[in-house]
Design a binder for this molecule. Sequence first.
Ligand SMILES: *[C@@H]1O[C@H](CO)[C@@H](O)[C@H](O)[C@H]1NC(C)=O
Length: 652
Amino acid sequence: MKTRADFGLLLMCASYLLCSCSAFYLPGLAPVSFCKGVKDGDDCQNLIQLFVNRLDSVESVLPYEYDVFDFCHDDKERRPSENLGQVLFGERIETSPYKFRFNETVECKTVCTKTYKKGAKEDAEKLDFLKRGMQLNYQHHWIVDNMPVTWCYDVDDGQKYCNPGFPIGCYVTPQGRAKDACVINAEFNRKHTFYVFNHVDIKITYHSGAREGWRGARLVAATLEPKSINHQDESNPVCRGGTPMDVFGDLDDDLKITYTYSVRYEENNDIKWASRWDYILVSMPHTNIQWFSIMNSLVIVLFLSGMVAMIMLRTLHKDIARYNQVDQEDAQEESGWKQVHGDVFRPPRKGMLLSVFLGQGTQIFIMTFITLFLACLGFLSPANRGALMTCAVVLWVLLGTPAGYVSARLYKTFGGEKWKTNVLLTALLCPGIIFADFFLMNLILWVEGSSAAIPFGTLVAILALWFGISVPLTFLGAYFGFKKPAIEQPVRTNQIPRQIPEQSFFTKPIPGIVMGGILPFGCIFIQLFFILNSIWSHQMYYMFGFLFLVFIILLITCSEATVLLCYFHLCAEDYHWWWRSFLTSGFTAVYLFVYAIHYFFSKLQIIGAASTILYFGYTIIMVLIFFLFTGTIGFFSSFWFVNKIYSVVKVD
Ligand SMILES: *[C@@H]1O[C@H](CO)[C@@H](O)[C@H](O)[C@H]1NC(C)=O
């Protein structure tokens, strides 16, 4: 009793520590103080450096580095270091020539002037790339003090929407249709014209520490408004009024684009530094839809749980009744599933592949669980750039041991003898498929010159993580798995397989599997929409609390649906349940794939072969991971269920 109390206390302490930790600042996320008119020191900074991230577009999967475009560059300074997650997601942060001093208003300052000479081939190419970027609606992503510079504008219902990015320009098609970016000015209406957004009005909001007794101020928001202004005199620009900076047709004269900016400061002591991201996240709609989706999923869960509970009670009831009349030798009265007791643990065909899938599924399951749990506690918020991806990758690498163990132990239980093949496949099969897919996509990105292309060094680092850490850990797990005895089964398997009776349509394998995935998918598809949106439309995803709930709901529905179908099949005296339970819940991944195709055609405006190939390349990786994940959940719940029911039934 005492140890249990101790354990409880320990758990409480641990959770308290974990929760209070989130109140501390993670490295790189500590607040920075800014002061006016001082030299940059450790405790107070004066210079505000604006960083630029890669540019992306909703209409293309390919992100491009800032450098690739012909904007104003800052080549003196080193780029800040990035973590693995950022590199994998194609983020490329660079310093920019936009630098300003805290609390010093800037009025219309020139950054640089780009000249495009008539007839110069190189200049024409640069300008074409810029035009193409405007045509595809590419967006800037600027960063000040580790927070995105947002562009806030009114949306239909009188609300403000703050976009953590802004377009590089707007394009009006020859038919007179304007891109979304043109909303900022109704005068942008000349056909087949590009309006370059060459001026930005930046507003920086700060929280002053004067009243709270700390030195300087902390930045709590940075917003901007892009503008298009044709500066007549680059050395003496005027940033109000004027004509827009438009480009149309071929160059019949030299073209000059002058980039300028203005900065002003605003004090706002109501916004706390710790909640400075809230205005971006709050302006994103859909919290209601989230609750609706959770309610919808809960209804499904309740319905399934009711069914499962009913069946469990009924079976148990029947079993008890049967035990009571054991002497009467009423063999015909036995219910269906007991008849197959001599076959139900007959090892499956292709046991090797199944055990490999289950090993890797376990690895993915634990990785997802821990990542989501940490995200839910707020460790992996969008403020901590790339942390989510880094965390997932590192966890996956470290979780090789459970994968090897599960795979080896199950393989042994299935009576397999080729243990070397088993270990190698566990370590290499699915990661290999994913890596190959990833590598092919990377080749396309390289050819296209996109910033999402992983540098060679990172590729080598990924391979090193895989072969240097993950594979040995898998071997270690497999060693322990093979050393343990095979999992003991509650009933003996007969020598001769039993004939499976003719099945009705619904207990045939394929319809059962197809049906099995529907309910779990029904629980997640609304959430899925937001996840796909955050990946492909570059919206920030922050609802990890919801996601964790959905994860739990998915876990419950997958297991219950599979157990239910497994029970029906056993009742119909079909004892091939191993693969079937894996595939039943794994089929959710097929629905995911169908949904991704639907999303591609209905929500995205992606054009171009490279983008399309990339979209489906990434989708296949997601689907494969999801297949292993859901399949594993279904398998282990059925495994537990079958073991349970055959261990309580008495077999002579
Ligand atoms: C910023 O400047 C304004 C006016 O120049 C001044 O009132 C304010 O106190 C300054 N804030 C800080 C934190 O220096």
